[in-house]
Design a protein around this ligand. Structure first.
Ligand code: ATP
Ligand code: MG
Length: 479
């Protein structure tokens, strides 16, 4: 039963007010009841920012959108196949759709859609907190319509489905990922029945398109505490479906009384620590995947204990396979995540005493402009149950940061450009481009990184002459 409730008034900007008035006036003319619905209502009541506004019309959505567009002087895009229409007003993306009823047939992924009542429309939604409506109609303007005690769940911070969760998730399995995402994004708790239904239906996630899945994974990663989502996915068996490589990191093995860290929960801790320090999506992906190579490289070495030699190299390879499977971008983002995974052990290695400046220069060179992100990842990778140890490691890490800054200040390696270019080498010796030019260039770079010569034109030029002499080359012009 739809229950009308007064709720604490929500704050509305001038632009929103103008939009609501236009929608209410045009809907009244068309005699089509209209409601604010879905995520926008939820976010308003939670006082979260939201720029997507959805209206459900008991009637023709596109027709109302056209009338509102005209009144506000903005253009409308109509998607005839879906019976929806969209317009932009200031920075709000506004969508209109007719109230609908959906019925799912087990044989088909797509529901059959028919026009329905407001109640039908709210009942097909995923969670009670997303099934609230606010009326824009004269007789109950501004009241919240609550059919499933969504308001109560907002107060209690619970995720509950309007109908039987097993049916809700079987109908559209993406809803299970949305549950994990809302759990992390809003810090809400799914009911036990909801978690059980996720477990029951986990395998059905296979019928969902990879783009929809990846979209949700990205949103989980951008949550304030992403581990909430990934822990829930793991405990319900969904992670084993969508990111099995990560699920394999779970567990601790003991041999000769020696155990190793649980690399799954370690990863989640690193991810949360990165999330506290940075909102860079791809750095968060790097945190999620930084140890994926540990499953394949785990060994027990007698007298030494557990090792994961080369896990950064194996991990970087796995990152590519995962990016391909999830249709994540294969250009800069993939390169960045691979670079982070490959280099993630390097800064911590510099906290040992006796570290040479050349090791510092090599890291500055290899990390380049991504140095700060790498340092954030590496600092976040410090986890231990022993708080004293963590404190000590973090202090050592500050030392690494300072030393790196000093070396960079002096040697300018981060955006290193060869002080003597290939063109200069070719001109000096009258040689065409070729392998030998590359050899000389590389020798100059190595000499600078090793600290044998300074990072200056004079030093590099003299060094070039010397190297070329070893090849039996003579300068064609003296200068
Ligand atoms: P966000 O905009 O942050 O992704 P949202 O809840 O607003 O979150 P949208 O995709 O914008 O999600 O959808 C708007 C509303 O449509 C939701 O609040 C919900 O009521 C409904 N909805 C969206 N996706 C589903 C789904 N897969 N199953 C059932 N209802 C859904
Ligand atoms: Mg939305």
């Amino acid at each position: 039963m739809l229950i009308r409730k007064y709720y604490k008034p929500v704050s509305v900007s001038d632009e929103e007010q103008q939009l609501y008035e236009a929608v209410a006036a045009e809907a009244a003319k068309l005699q089509a009841p209209v409601y604010l619905v879905g995520g926008h209502v939820r976010d308003k009541l939670l006082q979260r920012e939201s720029k997507d506004i959805d209206f459900t019309v008991v009637g023709d959505g596109p027709q109302l959108a056209e009338a509102v567009g005209k009144r506000l002087g903005v253009s409308v895009v109509t998607y005839k196949n879906f019976g929806t229409a969209r317009l932009q007003y200031h920075d709000f993306i506004v969508e209109f759709v007719g109230a609908r009823r959906e019925s799912y047939r087990p044989a088909s992924r797509k529901p059959e859609v028919q026009a329905g009542t407001l109640m039908d429309d709210l009942a097909r939604r995923d969670f009670t907190i997303n099934a609230l409506a606010i009326s824009l109609n004269a007789d109950d303007y501004g009241m919240v319509l609550d059919a499933f005690d969504g308001l109560g769940d907002l107060e209690r911070r619970l995720l509950r489905t309007p109908l039987d969760p097993d049916i809700t998730f079987a109908d559209d399995p993406l809803r299970m990922l949305r549950a994990a995402r809302f759990a992390a994004q809003l810090d809400f708790t799914p009911l036990v029945e909801v978690r059980q239904a996720m477990r029951n239906n986990a395998e059905r996630i296979r019928i969902v398109s990879v783009e929809r899945i990846t979209d949700e994974l990205n949103k989980m990663l951008m949550a304030p505490k992403p581990s909430i989502a990934f822990d829930l996915l793991f405990k319900t068996g969904l992670l084993q479906e969508v990111l099995p490589e990560l699920a394999l990191l779970y567990g601790v093995e003991h041999i000769e009384g020696k155990g190793h860290k649980d690399n799954f929960y370690h990863t989640l801790q690193v991810l949360d620590q990165v999330a506290r320090r940075s909102d860079h999506l791809w750095l968060r992906w790097a945190a999620l995947l930084h140890d994926v190579g540990k499953y394949d490289t785990k060994r027990f070495e007698k007298g030494k204990g557990w090792t994961f030699h080369g896990h950064e190299v194996v991990g970087a390879r796995k990152v590519e396979a995962i990016f391909r499977r999830l249709h994540l971008p294969l250009n800069e983002p993939l390169k960045f995540v691979q670079k982070m995974v490959l280099l993630h052990l390097r800064p911590i290695a510099l906290s040992k005493e006796e570290v040479t400046d050349s090791a510092m220069r090599r890291l500055l060179f290899d990390a380049g402009n991504d140095l700060e992100d790498l340092l954030i990842l590496c600092e976040s990778d410090i986890t231990s149950k022993n708080e004293k140890k963590v404190k000590k490691y973090l202090e050592n890490f500050q030392l690494v940061r300072r030393k790196l800054a000093e070396v960079e200040e002096r040697d300018r390696i981060r955006n290193w450009q060869p002080p003597v270019s290939g063109e200069v080498i070719m001109k000096t010796f009258g040689k065409p481009p070729g392998r030998e030019i590359g050899i000389i260039k590389e020798a100059i770079r190595e000499a600078i990184l090793e600290g044998k010569i300074n990072n200056t034109f004079e030093d590099a030029y003299a060094f070039m002459l010397q190297k070329a002499a070893e090849l039996g080359w003579e300068p064609v012009t003296k200068n």
